[in-house]
Ligand binder design. Structure first.
Ligand SMILES: *Cc1c(COP(=O)(O)O)cnc(C)c1O
Length: 488
C-alpha cells in the first residue's frame, strides 16, 4: 500500500505515524515519499444509491416510527450504522463464488471448498455450517446446557445469553473491572476476569459448568479485544479443572489484528498465526459469518470432540439441514469460503481498524465522550456523559439516536436502559447509557464517515435541545426492537 501515490495525499484516514519511517528506500528511485494515508483497499464495481431526505421529512418519519429507529425503513436512512452484522459488501471473487455454487443436496463441492478453507485457517477438522451464529449457539447449548448449569463468558452477546437461558442454564458475565470505565484506555478491555472465573468454579463446582466461553471481540462490551495472554490464562484455568473452552469467534480477525497492534510480544506474528493460536487454545467455537465471515448470511459450529460432533450433526439435520449445507445454499458456502480468506488480509484489516479509530478520534476531538480506546467494529458514544441533563429513566441513549437521525439521517442503536431495562450489570456499577455506531464492512468511504462526524458534532453543539423520552408501548421480550416512545 505504501508507495508513490499522488491520489492518496488528500488525507483519507491518515494513520498515526507510529514509528513509521518518513521515507522508504526503494530499488528504482532514490527515495519515494512514504505515504501514510491508509486507503480503502478496494475500488467500487457496483453501487447502491442513497436517497437524500430533508430534515422535515426525517422529523415526520421519526414521529411515525414512534422514535424507534428499528421501525424506520432502510430507504429513509442515509448512513446506516445500526449494525455490522450481514451488512458488509462482498468482493468480486465472492460474487464469482455465488455463480460457482454447487447446489447438490449432499457432498457439494462448495462444502468441501468451504471446509478446507476453515480447517486451514482455524485448524478445526470438524466444521458444521449453520444459517447464522445463533443457530450454532442453539445446537451447542441444547447439547451442553440445561437446568442447574452455569456458563461463564467475558460478556455474553444477547443471542448467546438467550440460548443459554433457553436451555435452562444460567449465563454469567465475568468482565474485567476496567470494562465498566469508558475513559480507561486499557488495551484489552474485552478480557475475562480470570480470578472471578476461578472463584466461580470454586463456588459452584466444576460439574455445573459445561464449558467456559470467551467472546472475541467483546461485542456487548464496546467491541473490545481479548489479549492472547488472557486467552492463555483462561485456557490454563480450564486445563486445571478439565473444562472445555469455547470461543464466540464472530470477530476473530479484528481481535487478532488488535492483538498484533497492542500486545507487545505479538507484533512480529502474522494475523494468520495469531488467528491460529487463538483457535488452537479452544475446544470449539460458534461463529456468525455475518461479521468477520464477510457475508450477508451464514454461521459455523467448530468442534474437536467426535462424540459431540455426532450429536451436533443430528441436531443440525433436525432443524438446519444436511451436514454439507446446514440451512444454506451452496453459493453461500462459496461466499463464506472466500470471505474467511479476505478478512485476514493485512491491508483490509489496517483499513478496517483504522477507519473505526478515525471515527473515534474525531468524535473525541468534537467533545463527544466515547468508550475508549476504539475497538474493532464500532464506536460507542457515552450518551449518559454527553447528556447529563437527561436522566437514565428518560433514555439519554435513545435521545442521541433520535438526534443523529434528525440531524443527519444517520441510524445508530441504543445500548443502555432501553435495551436492558433495569437488569443488574455484571460489574454492579450503574449501567452505561451507550449509542453504538457500527461500521458495515467495506460499505462506506471516508466522506461518509466525515459526514457522520459532522452530524455528531452538530448534535453535541446543540445537545441542550435534546429531549428525554417516555416509553408508550413496551413489548414483553427484547423490547428495544418494537418499543414506541414520545418526547418529554
Ligand atoms: C452477531 C453475534 C452473535 C449471533 O450471530 P447471528 O448471526 O446474529 O445469529 C453471537 N455472538 C456475537 C458476539 C455476535 O456479535
Amino acid at each position: 500500500m505504501a508507495g508513490p501515490c499522488e491520489f492518496a495525499r488528500g488525507g483519507l484516514f491518515v494513520g498515526p505515524a507510529v514509528g513509521a519511517p518518513r521515507f522508504v528506500k526503494t530499488k528504482n528511485s532514490e527515495y519515494d515519499a512514504h505515504v501514510k494515508t491508509i486507503i480503502e483497499p478496494f475500488r467500487i464495481k457496483s453501487i447502491e444509491p442513497i436517497r437524500m431526505t430533508t430534515r422535515d421529512e426525517r422529523e415526520r418519519i421519526l414521529r411515525e416510527a414512534g422514535f424507534n429507529v428499528f421501525l424506520i425503513r432502510a430507504e429513509d436512512v442515509l448512513i446506516d450504522l445500526l449494525t455490522d452484522s450481514g451488512t458488509g459488501a462482498m468482493s468480486a471473487e465472492q460474487w464469482a463464488g455465488i455463480m460457482r455454487g454447487d447446489e447438490s443436496y449432499a457432498g457439494a463441492t462448495s462444502f468441501y471448498r468451504f471446509q478446507d478453507r476453515i480447517t486451514e485457517l482455524t485448524g478445526f477438522e470438524h466444521v458444521l455450517p449453520t444459517h447464522q451464529g445463533r443457530a450454532s449457539e442453539r445446537i451447542l447449548f441444547e447439547l451442553v446446557g440445561g437446568p442447574d448449569k452455569i456458563v461463564p463468558n467475558n460478556a455474553h452477546f444477547d443471542t448467546t445469553r438467550a440460548n443459554v437461558e433457553h436451555s435452562g442454564a444460567k449465563a454469567v458475565d465475568l468482565p474485567i473491572p476496567e470494562a465498566a470505565e469508558p475513559k480507561n484506555r486499557h488495551p484489552f478491555k474485552g478480557n475475562m476476569n480470570v480470578a472471578a472465573l476461578e472463584k466461580l468454579i470454586a463456588d459452584v463446582g466444576r460439574d455445573r459448568i459445561p464449558l467456559v466461553m470467551v467472546t472475541v471481540t467483546n461485542n456487548s462490551g464496546g467491541g473490545q479485544p481479548v489479549s492472547m495472554a488472557n486467552l492463555r490464562a483462561v485456557r490454563a484455568v480450564c486445563d486445571k479443572h478439565k473444562l472445555p473452552l469455547f470461543l464466540d469467534a464472530c470477530r476473530f480477525s479484528e481481535n487478532a489484528f488488535l492483538i498484533k497492534q497492542r500486545e507487545p510480544d505479538m507484533k512480529d506474528r502474522t494475523v494468520r498465526e495469531i488467528v491460529r493460536e487463538m483457535f488452537d487454545l479452544a475446544d470449539g467455537a460458534t461463529i456468525s459469518a455475518k461479521k468477520d465471515g464477510m457475508v450477508n448470511i451464514g454461521g459455523l459450529l467448530l468442534l474437536r470432540d467426535e462424540q459431540m460432533l455426532y450429536r451436533a450433526s443430528n441436531l443440525l439435520i433436525l432443524t438446519e439441514g444436511f451436514i454439507t449445507y446446514g440451512g444454506l445454499a451452496g453459493r453461500d458456502l462459496e461466499a463464506m469460503a472466500q470471505g474467511f480468506e479476505e478478512v485476514v488480509h493485512d491491508d483490509y484489516l489496517a483499513y478496517r481498524i483504522r477507519s473505526v479509530e478515525y471515527l473515534g478520534e474525531k468524535l473525541i476531538a468534537a467533545g463527544i465522550p466515547i468508550v475508549e480506546p476504539p475497538g474493532g467494529h464500532a464506536i460507542y458514544i457515552d450518551a449518559g456523559a454527553l447528556c447529563p441533563h437527561i436522566p437514565p429513566a428518560q433514555f439519554p441513549g435513545q435521545a442521541v439516536v433520535c438526534g443523529l437521525y434528525r440531524i443527519g439521517g444517520v441510524r445508530s442503536v441504543e445500548i443502555g436502559s432501553v435495551m436492558f431495562g433495569n437488569a443488574p450489570t455484571a460489574t454492579g456499577k450503574p449501567r452505561l447509557e451507550l449509542v453504538r455506531l457500527a461500521m458495515p464492512r467495506r460499505v462506506y468511504t471516508q466522506s461518509h464517515i466525515d459526514y457522520v462526524i459532522e452530524a455528531a458534532a452538530e448534535l453535541a453543539a446543540s445537545k441542550a435541545n435534546l429531549r428525554g423520552l417516555r416509553m408508550t408501548h413496551q413489548p414483553p421480550v427484547l423490547r428495544h426492537f418494537t418499543a414506541r416512545f414520545e418526547e418529554i
